[in-house]
Design a protein around this ligand. Structure first.
Ligand SMILES: [Zn+2]
Length: 397
């Protein structure tokens, strides 16, 4: 630290001009994960130490600002990092003479963010300094070097991520990657996946597949379960109650997920879904996964787990689900009708937004279908649209 500080103060000080000194020196502090923040306190301390570097180069302490809002936030993209956005804003407002940071290019791991910062710094005559020296983004040589540093940081991030993914994939190919097991299975302390020891849990899982065979749709199975008050036995998968049995009302999404889950056909499968960047939402890592067809699964080892159904039945179920879906899509074209409060009525009983139903022969109705959609239960309540629409028009319009 002391060596580079002296370097910064002497060897590169020709770049620091009065026009820089009369503006702010910004110290940008960042560690990308909370774990890093806790375990690499040395690095964080070094980053804060840059305040002294600024002082030694001639900045009065009143004009040294530390931006550390991004502690614990990944540098993969500037989104969600308020500190980085603030930094850009300050530069663009011509408030900043120099930005200091440890390994500056890491503060923007995505090259897009990094080049945006370089562009701005060049336009406003702002210097950039790290432990290796001080750069003027307005000068060709410095710009080239900064660009290279950014590219290398991005490559480093890519290599790290790739290594992590490959590790998981290789483990999965050997069948050793521990994946969560669905209702009807438990994992022994030794890591082996076996059928649930509870007879009733297994019976419900079998009933689900039998009823699907008989009724032909996931929703019909759900209604059947609701009518008979059948609950699914789920094992708590984390926390102090891990492994204990809980009986839950089946949900439509759970039933469909079970029918699609190849574990029940005795297969160990990895890579049933991939990320679709168009559907991804920043800050929500779980969103944006789309299913891939069985022939494109990364790993599929058949006949390695105890099965509830045969592989042929499993495939038949998938085909049945797909044909149900395409039938719904054909039928589901919205019929236009007159309902003033479409999408605005909220159910007074359960607070759900009500669905507007345009029947062929009947008048439009507002229906609360939450219970029906999620659990296969009855319609919560419904009413004719016309009466309510007239009343609202009279009061409001
Ligand atoms: Zn309701």
């Amino acid at each position: 630290m002391s060596v580079s500080t002296t370097q910064a103060a002497t060897g590169f000080s020709t770049k620091v001009q009065p026009r820089h000194l009369e503006r702010l020196a910004v110290v940008y502090v960042r560690q990308s994960s909370l774990q890093q923040v806790q375990h690499h306190q040395e690095s964080t301390r070094a980053q804060y130490g840059l305040k002294d570097t600024a002082a030694r180069m001639g900045w009065p302490s009143a004009r040294v600002v530390v931006i550390d809002e991004d502690l614990g936030i990944s540098g993969a993209s500037a989104e969600g990092r308020n500190g980085f956005q603030r930094l850009l804003a300050e530069v663009a407002l011509d408030h900043v003479g120099i930005i200091l940071g440890v390994e500056m290019s890491r503060l923007a791991r995505s090259c897009k963010d990094w080049y945006q910062l370089l562009e701005l710094c060049a336009a406003f005559g702002t210097l950039i300094g790290d432990l290796d020296g001080i750069y003027d983004p307005g000068q060709y040589n410095d710009r080239l070097l900064l660009g290279l540093k950014g590219t290398m940081s991005e490559a480093e991030l890519h290599v790290l991520r790739q290594r992590l993914l490959q590790g998981r994939e290789q483990k999965a190919r050997r069948g050793e990657l521990v994946l969560p097991v669905p209702s009807g299975y438990v994992r022994t302390p030794g890591g082996e996946v076996v059928l649930d020891p509870d007879e009733e849990v297994r019976a419900v899982v079998r009933a689900l597949f039998e009823q699907f065979e008989r009724l032909g749709s996931a929703h019909a199975v759900l209604r059947h379960f609701h009518r008979h008050g059948i609950r699914l036995g789920m094992r708590v998968c984390a926390g102090p109650l891990c492994g204990t049995l809980q009986w839950r009302r089946p949900q439509a999404s759970t039933v469909v997920a079970m029918l699609r889950n190849p574990t029940y056909a005795g297969a160990y499968v990895y890579g049933r879904s991939v990320f679709d960047p168009r559907r991804q939402k920043p800050g929500r890592p779980g969103v944006g996964r789309v299913r891939v067809a069985p022939e494109h699964w990364l790993v599929c080892r058949r006949d390695v787990l105890p099965a509830y159904i045969s592989w042929e039945t499993y495939q038949r179920n998938l085909a049945q689900l797909a044909s149900n879906q395409s039938r719904i899509a054909q039928k589901g074209a919205i019929r236009r009708g007159r309902a003033l409060l479409q999408g605005l009525v909220v159910c007074g009983r359960c607070g759900t937004r009500m669905f507007t139903y345009f029947g062929k022969r009947v008048h439009p109705r507002y229906l609360c279908l939450r219970e029906r959609h999620h659990h296969g239960g009855p319609c919560c309540q419904g009413l004719m649209a016309r009466g309510l629409d007239d009343e609202v028009s009279r009061i409001v319009l």
